[in-house]
Design a protein around this ligand. Sequence first.
Ligand code: ZN
Length: 373
Amino acid sequence: MKPGKPNSAHLVDVEKPAAADVSGGRGVLVEVFRVGACGTDREINNAEYGTAPDGEDFLILGHENLGRVVEVGENVTEFAPGNYVVATVRRPCGSSVYDKIGEQHFTTDTEYFERGISRLHGYMAEYYVENAEFLVKVPNALAEVGVLLEPLSIIEKGLKQASDIQERMKVWRPKTAAVLGVGNVGLLAVMALRMRGYAVHGFGREPRDGYLNAELCEAIGATYDSTAEISVEQSTEKYGQYDLIFECTGFSPIIFDAMQSLNENGILLLASVTGGDRKTDQVPSDKINQMFVLGNRAMVGTVNAGREHFEMGVKDLALCEAMHPGWLGRMMTHKIDGLENFARAFDILSNAGKYKAIKTFIEVKRPGRESPV
Ligand SMILES: [Zn+2]
């Protein structure tokens, strides 16, 4: 697509990337199996943001990816042809200290280098080449659900930040969590928290009956409540205050409700990108301030993820498949066959309610060969 030009997504022929002779013998050639599509892709196609690589007038979209290694450079020891891999998204091309120490997901630069989003081509392609440093191995048994790893990595980073921050207390044994918004990212948060043994309460606007996302919450041992019937704050009368709240709705006023629903010493994780200019003046600021001060509560944002968060995600996907076989597959509601049908992905993303879509993804090409273990 052409950044800055709405609805300019199109197919282009590009040269197959040269195999593994990049990155000092650390290059890996990957054949793409599936690419997830999400609101970020839709917003880039709407020309809300997105930047082409320097010297080029188009950006290859796609950041949620899963592929299979075809060829490796001479200094790659950790991957072999046939392995499934997911590539991380942000690259340390900026000038901040976090880029320099490999923690570019904490960059303080305002210009990002992100594959499929900003300044670097993405994965909606038949092949890509990447430095082995930025690839994470996915077991063959997770191939059908591995494309969920990138969105899950954002959740894992949030949970890692929560546990790092909560070390301030020496002892923190959280029991209950609320997840606000149970779209595809929220459902992954419900899953990751269930895998850690939390009693999880999911919230969404939709009525419960007939709502697949609510059914998935309950199928994994969480509850679901519609905020049309009960506010998050009111729900604490039923469930108690929450030790951890994960906000994934995209509706910013709800964070004030969440702040008032947090248990003492609890932590609120914010994961929604809200580019609008919504304001709210119905905020009981004295009460919220008092709760945070006297109750040692904390609130932190989470965006992007480093490779350790992808690695955490692989473990949760494996545990979830073992404990609830098929649950992750049920999230993958809309498969689009072939890159040539990309326009259907934007149609589904723009009308997710109508299509009842949770995860929409393009199957670029199903790998034929069986891979070594
Ligand atoms: Zn995404």
